[in-house]
Design a protein around this ligand. Structure first.
Ligand code: DGP
Ligand code: NA
Ligand code: NA
Length: 210
């Protein structure tokens, strides 16, 4: 469903990958890059821990609370839904959004626990669709070596291996797969080119869809 009247708008760009794949650093570099070129840009991330739902997710991730796998799955989804109208407003006002994780994390991390793949996708249906999905591809072993696992619930090699398999099942040909083992500079160079192309296409009125 197309919701845009064709006017100039921002691009909705999602970065996905395993924990420690480098998404967060690359996202902030993209923000500076686009701002430097004069494109209004915001950095978003999911889970957004600032809302009350986000605080429940954060408590779960730091093992301060226990929740059934289905329950936490739905909370992550609610956390995206509660931000969706603001997201749409910002995009339509011409702001590009660089988003660190989205529905794909939702499906990959929960189906890695063994939840049904289709069940996991269901609550994401109808959310705004990104214009571009960038996947930072890094072997789970390599991510684990980066030594930055902060001790949150999912930051364990065995689990990240399963997440990697689920991302693979989820991938579609429109995703841009970036080799996350390259240098930070090389990765940023590749991301900048792809993202700028999309920012320009969206400015020219490519429709926004659900
Ligand atoms: P981050 O703040 O990006 O480190 O994300 C926290 C952790 O939560 C990370 O291990 C990835 C995981 N995660 C992110 N989004 C979702 C989601 O929608 N569902 C599930 N089950 N896990 C998610
Ligand atoms: Na994390
Ligand atoms: Na992260």
């Amino acid at each position: 469903r197309s919701v845009c009247d064709g006017g100039s708008r921002g691009a909705f760009v999602v970065l996905e990958g395993l924990d420690r794949s480098g998404k967060t650093s690359q996202s902030s570099k993209l923000l500076s890059y686009l701002e430097g070129l004069g494109h209004p840009t915001e950095l978003w991330r999911f889970p957004d821990r600032s809302t009350s739902i986000g605080q429940m997710i954060s408590a779960y991730l730091s093992n301060q609370s226990q929740l059934d796998d289905h329950t936490i799955h739905l909370l992550y989804s609610v956390n995206r839904w509660e931000k969706s109208s603001l997201m749409e407003t910002q995009l339509k006002s011409g702001t590009t959004l660089i988003v660190d994780r989205y529905s794909y994390s939702g499906v990959a991390f929960s189906s890695a626990k063994g939840l049904d793949f289709e069940w996991c996708k269901a609550p994401e249906i109808g959310l705004l669709a990104p214009d571009l999905v960038l996947y930072l591809d890094i072997p789970p072993e390599k991510a684990a070596e980066r030594g930055g696992y902060g001790g949150e619930r999912y930051e364990k090699l065995e689990f990240q291996r399963k997440v990697a398999e689920c991302y693979l099942a989820l991938r579609d040909p429109s995703w841009k797969i970036i080799d996350g083992c390259q240098s930070m500079e090389e990765i940023q160079k590749q991301l900048q080119k792809i993202v700028l192309d999309h920012v320009i296409a969206c400015k020219k009125g490519r429709p926004l869809s659900h």
